[in-house]
Structures are given as C-alpha cells and as structure tokens.
Design a protein around this ligand. Structure first.
Ligand code: ATP
Length: 202
C-alpha cells in the first residue's frame, strides 16, 4: 500500500502548482476538487440528492450542475452546505479508495484537497502538507486567476479554515510566498517520502 500524503491550503495558496511538481516527479496525484465536480455531474445518487437539497433548478436542462447557483445557495445556508458535504465528501472518498487501489505499486501518492481537514479526509493520510502563503498574496492570486474581485474571493474562502488552524494538522509546510523557491522544497519532501515508503516496505 502506497504512503498517503494529503496536500491542503487556502484558496490561492498554490496547492495545484505544488501538485503539478509532484506529478512531474511521477507521483500519482488525486485532485479532490476536480473529482467532486465530476461527481456532481455524473453520479446519479449524488445528482438526485443535490436536487432534493437545492431543488431541480440546481441542474440546467442539459443535465449540467448549475455550480454558481448551488454554491450561492449553499454558502447562504449552513444547513444546506452541511447536507451537500454529507453527500459529496463520502462519494469523493469512495473514488479516492478505488483510485488508491489502482496505484498500490507507487511509493507514495498525493491527495490534493482544499477541505482536507474540514472533510475529515486528513485522518486517513500518513502525512498532511500545508501550502502556506501570506493572506494578501493568496487573495490577489485567486482574484487574478478567476477574474474575481477581492470581496468575491473573500466570500469563497469564508467557509474554509484559517491557515493558523490548518497548520495544527500539518506535519510539513511548503512556503509559497514567492521568496522561497518551490521546487527545492518539493524535492526535499519527495526524498523524505520515498525514504519512508522504502522503510515501510522492508
Ligand atoms: P484553489 O484552492 O483556489 O484551487 P490553489 O491553492 O490550488 O487554489 P493555485 O491554483 O495553485 O492555488 O495557485 C493560484 C494562482 O497563483 C494560480 O494562477 C497560480 O499560477 C499562481 N501561483 C501560485 N504559486 C505561484 C508562485 N510561486 N509564483 C507565481 N504564481 C503562482
């Protein structure tokens, strides 16, 4: 069984950039956010549950989830958000387990998730890595990438944990503050995880 490394961090921290470097090193990467989006579209049980929570209008006529509508309803109503998470998180976990079984030969795998801690998924990781960046930098990166105002970015990150709280769950931190270089930090962790995986196998 491969070692499981969870990678988390706030919006705009640079999780995806960090995971791209791991992927370049040949490490299998599971992107929880992308899987969650796909589940919302293709998993019949999830689609039915989401319609029950948010109404049939949560999906467009051609069967695509209206993600803007779902997000705005969920962020305006904590109870609905909780129900949505209770449907999506277990479905993502199931996909992750199937995916993991297909990568059992790898030394280690990476699970990227913005809500790794909030979803409870961190519990089954061997290690959690936090991608850290100054608040202002995270906000401006996310705003630029998604063509949003800073206020819109803040709305999206309101339901996420603060970095200082996330740090309590992380054994390793990658600083993505544009002062420290990313690649050497990832290479250092890569060597460490490979070594731990070898020790585990022997
Ligand atoms: P989200 O949770 O919103 O998906 P994320 O943590 O995955 O965010 P990324 O998408 O990796 O964040 O990075 C946010 C933006 O900042 C991207 O446009 C990315 O290219 C840019 N970025 C991240 N790190 C750096 C860096 N070190 N130098 C320059 N640009 C960066």
């Amino acid at each position: 069984m491969a070692l499981k490394i969870g990678i988390t961090g706030g919006i705009g921290s640079g999780k995806s950039v960090v995971c791209e470097i791991f992927a370049l090193l040949g490490v299998p990467v599971f992107n929880s956010d992308l899987e969650g989006r796909s589940i919302l579209e293709t998993d019949a049980k999830v689609v039915a549950a989401v319609k029950e929570i948010f109404g049939a209008e949560a999906y467009t006529e051609d069967g695509k989830p209206d993600r803007i509508r779902i997000a705005s309803l969920a962020f305006a109503d904590k109870e609905k958000l909780k129900r949505l998470n209770a449907v999506v998180h277990p479905a993502v976990a199931e996909r992750f387990h199937n995916w993991l079984a297909q990568h059992s030969d790898a030394d280690y795998v990476v699970k990227e998730a913005a809500v790794l801690v909030e979803s409870g998924a961190y519990k089954e990781m061997d290690h959690v890595v936090l991608v850290s960046a100054p608040e202002e930098l995270k906000r401006s990166r996310a705003a630029k990438r998604d063509h949003l105002t800073l206020a819109e970015v803040d709305k999206r990150s309101r339901n996420q944990m603060k970095e200082t709280d996330l740090a309590k769950y992380a054994q390793f931190v990658i600083r993505n503050d544009e002062a420290e270089l990313l690649i050497p930090q990832v290479l250092k962790l890569h060597a460490l995880f490979k070594k731990e995986a070898k020790l585990k196998k022997n």
